[in-house]
Design a protein around this ligand. Structure first.
Ligand SMILES: NC(=O)C1=CN([C@@H]2O[C@H](COP(=O)(O)OP(=O)(O)OC[C@H]3O[C@@H](n4cnc5c(N)ncnc54)[C@H](O)[C@@H]3O)[C@@H](O)[C@H]2O)C=CC1
Ligand SMILES: O=C([O-])CC(=O)C(=O)O
Length: 332
């Protein structure tokens, strides 16, 4: 069992994610940190009769205690979008939040597996990498941008157009990044029986819906934030998969994630060749006791999917560079 720390635990994602992690039999201690409201969230969750001990930690003075001994750190701290905003517009607030939380993690739990939810993921993950590098504790196998929601959406939307029951076993891989055109669902990998039901226009519509699924929720919430409940579900799915691999030694656990491609030098190099030499890319990742065990190659892509990869790389290069430069310009 593991100590899991949630940073931003009182938020729209943080609360339901903490509830789901409290139900995990792989968690011995759930440490909840936020700058507001977290004592109440912790008191509430602590009454649930599952094994995990729940502790609440409020404000920077208590951040160290939240992180000490953590094996897994999940970060949903930061502001969400309002209608009309891009994820990149969150950078000016969230980059500093993620940098400071990563600094604390590099200091108090340098070997923890880091799962980053805060947007823009395409920049916040490179920020965490650079902070850990500056502290001399970087292990690319232990850093993950959580893109599971894109896969959850791809599976759900595919089921809705094919009139089937949604199931994680259909496993449509989603590669690239986590913003608009950088989200690349590979419907060519869907089971043949479903794929054959997708005429070209429907495939394009479905792809667009996955790429802009986040906007659909932002619009429906009408100023009250972005996806929280489906994100909590996706975040817990990813965290539990990682815990199964790390704590239980389960093999063959594969999840999507936006990761540093150097985490698997062999297959990472092959992916890099396919994506214009990007340092980070969302791929299917086989998880193991040390984190990333193996990155799945992109394999054979359809011409439409190849075009999507080409269209995604300029934005990904810019977002990654922005995160790296932000840390370089920060006094740490
Ligand atoms: N990776 C993904 O697929 C998704 C990412 N997101 C992102 O997750 C983030 C959080 O979204 P919500 O939970 O809806 O926002 P929210 O505003 O409801 O919650 C954010 C929480 O972070 C806390 N916080 C702010 N600064 C902090 C700091 N320095 N230390 C610790 N906690 C701090 C706030 O007090 C608040 O409780 C946003 O950036 C959003 O864009 C949202 C959905 C999907
Ligand atoms: O759309 C947003 O801002 C939140 C998010 O990342 C998602 O729902 O995929």
């Amino acid at each position: 069992m593991a100590k899991v720390t949630v940073l931003g635990a009182a938020g729209g994602i943080g609360q339901p994610l903490s509830l789901l992690m409290k139900q995990s039999h792989l968690v011995s201690h759930l440490a909840l940190y936020d700058i507001v409201n977290v004592p109440g969230v912790a008191a509430d969750l602590s009454h649930i009769d599952t094994p995990a001990l729940v502790t609440g930690h409020l404000g920077p003075d208590q951040l160290g205690d939240a992180l000490k001994g953590a094996q897994l750190v999940i970060i949903p701290a930061g502001i969400p979008r309002k209608p009309g905003m891009s994820r990149d517009e969150l950078f000016k607030v969230n980059a500093g939040i993620v940098r400071d939380l990563a600094t604390a993690a590099a200091t108090h739990c340098p070997k923890a597996f880091m799962c980053i939810i805060s947007n823009p993921v395409n920049s916040t993950v490179p920020i965490v990498a650079e902070v850990f590098k500056k502290h001399g504790v970087y292990d690319p196998k232990r850093l993950f941008g959580v893109t599971t929601l894109d896969v959850v959406r791809a599976n759900t939307f595919l089921a809705s157009v094919t009139g089937t029951t949604p199931s994680n076993s259909t496993r449509v891989p989603v590669v690239g990044g986590h913003a608009g055109v950088t989200i690349i669902p590979l419907f060519s990998r869907a089971p043949a029986s479903l794929r054959s039901q997708l005429p070209e226009q429907q495939l394009k519509d479905l792809t667009h819906r996955v790429q802009y699924g986040g906007d659909e929720v932002v619009k429906a919430k009408d100023g009250a934030g972005s996806a929280t409940l489906s994100m909590a579900f996706a975040g817990a799915r990813f965290a539990n998969a990682l815990l199964r691999a790390v704590v239980e030694g389960a093999s063959g656990v594969v999840e999507p994630s936006f990761v540093p491609l150097e985490a698997d030098p062999l297959n990472g190099e092959t992916v890099k060749k396919d994506c214009d030499n990007l340092e980070f890319f969302a791929v299917e990742v086989e998880l193991g006791a040390e984190g990333t065990r193996r990155i799945h190659q992109l394999g054979e892509l359809s011409p439409y999917e190849k075009e999507m990869v080409r269209n995604a790389t300029p934005e990904l290069h810019a977002s990654i560079k922005k995160g790296i430069e932000f840390v370089a310009a920060s006094k740490l």
